[in-house]
Design a protein around this ligand. Structure first.
Ligand SMILES: [Fe+2]
Length: 206
């Protein structure tokens, strides 16, 4: 149970909801990656997603330890968690559909887009958790800050690098020059500004 905040202004029920959604996102993310890996044709992309899958498993562990530290039951069901599970089912179904009907090239593109969608939510969860840590007090503040510190850089990579892959694979499929692996990869992008810069510089990398 999260109890202490710095100015008594926080909606504690919603704080806990964010933590439950963060956990559910990491669990569902693993299903998304497992299916995406079966859609990947580019070997570097497949390797990258395998790494991201392992990191996502680690994020689930980090959250489970955080839950223990702040005495939050990880099994509590919320309507938000059910919504997330339904989204994951839709993402997995979309990839399976692309594999069956669209051919391998289409499946890889759809998978890249599905990973971007899943990681967009994941990225926002952690951004919020980082900010939340600054507004909490005591053990909860320490636990959230520590968890955030462990995963933040990886979350940035998962989102920005996969966005780069999705864009460049689309260019390739259109028959236009593509930078593969994407500039975000080469420049080891970890921020939104870095991603914008990498995208801007892609022309020079063609
Ligand atoms: Fe994650």
């Amino acid at each position: 149970m999260v109890t202490k905040d710095k100015n008594d202004a926080l909606n504690i029920a919603q704080v806990e909801e964010l933590m439950y959604q963060a956990l559910e996102t990491e669990i569902g993310g693993q299903l998304v990656y497992k299916t995406a890996i079966t859609c990947a044709r580019n070997s570097e992309l497949r390797k990258e997603w395998q790494t991201y899958l392992e990191e996502t498993e680690m994020h689930e562990e980090v959250l489970r330890k955080t839950f223990e530290r702040i005495s939050l039951d990880p099994e509590v069901e919320t309507p938000g968690r059910a919504v997330l599970r339904s989204k994951v089912r839709a993402l997995v179904a979309a990839m399976e559909m692309a594999k069956a009907d669209g051919g391998p090239g289409a499946a890889q593109l759809v998978a890249a887009e599905c990973v971007v969608e899943a990681e967009t939510k994941d990225h926002q969860n952690w951004e919020l958790i980082g900010k939340l840590a600054e507004n909490l007090d005591g053990e909860a503040a320490a636990a959230l800050a520590e968890a955030h510190g462990k995963v933040e850089d990886q979350e940035d990579e998962h989102l920005y690098h996969t966005m780069g892959w999705a864009r460049e694979l689309w260019f390739e499929s259109l028959g236009m020059p593509a930078v593969l692996p994407p500039p975000e990869e080469e420049k080891k992008v970890k921020t939104a500004i870095g991603a914008a810069r990498a995208k801007q510089q892609r022309e020079e990398m063609l």
